[in-house]
Design a protein around this ligand. Structure first.
Ligand SMILES: [Fe+2]
Length: 193
């Protein structure tokens, strides 16, 4: 594991420590096992500098670590030609702990979602329970049949298993920490449209 990845792991655990409902996961993050990664990049990474510039005092250290570690990580997408090309150009995620990440931990998957500005991630659902902590960018988050809610960095967003959810960015890109637990951590989301 590279120094930048080790720093990212530490910074992620430190942020999680500051989010009470997730605090108990910090030991699993720092104690995760190393794994090899084949790095890959995506078009959405063109938004990473702006997302980093918009980080907040709570999230800035972690976002800086992600920027530094990004070239060593595997940025991926859950969808392909079946979805709109403009969405694919503005969407991607990277596991830190998980099947595609540089660390592995039983029953836990976490990493970072990046969306470009003015991007709509349509409703989707998955078996795993999910928490998000936005790190940069105000965005509209929709859960189930609830109206969209504007969430800012530092918020905690919860999606129970199989509950459809959607995200739409504003004029700012979105960078958010995701935490998956429970069943089928390696199964991707199911499109709900
Ligand atoms: Fe999700």
């Amino acid at each position: 594991m590279s120094d930048t990845t080790a720093a990212l792991l530490t910074a992620t655990a430190e942020l999680v420590e500051r989010v009470p409902p997730l605090r108990h996961l910090a030991p699993a993050i720092t104690g995760s096992a190393p794994a090899s990664v084949t790095p890959s990049a995506l078009p959405v990474l063109s938004w990473l500098p702006e997302a980093a510039a918009r980080a907040t005092p709570l999230t800035r250290a972690l976002v800086r670590c992600l920027v530094a570690a990004s070239p060593a990580l595997a940025w991926r997408r859950s969808y392909g030609a079946e979805v709109d090309a403009s969405f694919l150009a503005s969407y991607g995620w990277v596991d830190l702990v998980g099947a595609h990440g540089p660390r592995r931990a039983p029953g836990l998957r976490l990493g970072f979602l990046l969306l470009g500005a003015r991007t709509r991630y349509p409703p989707h659902a998955h078996a795993a329970e999910e928490h998000y902590v936005p790190l940069s960018g105000a965005a509209l988050w929709t859960r189930g049949r609830s109206p969209p809610a504007l969430q800012r960095p530092g918020a905690l967003i919860h999606h129970p298993p199989w509950e459809p959810h959607a995200t739409e960015t504003t004029d700012e890109p979105l960078l958010a920490l995701y935490v998956w637990r429970g069943a089928r951590l390696n199964a991707g989301p199911r499109w709900e449209v």
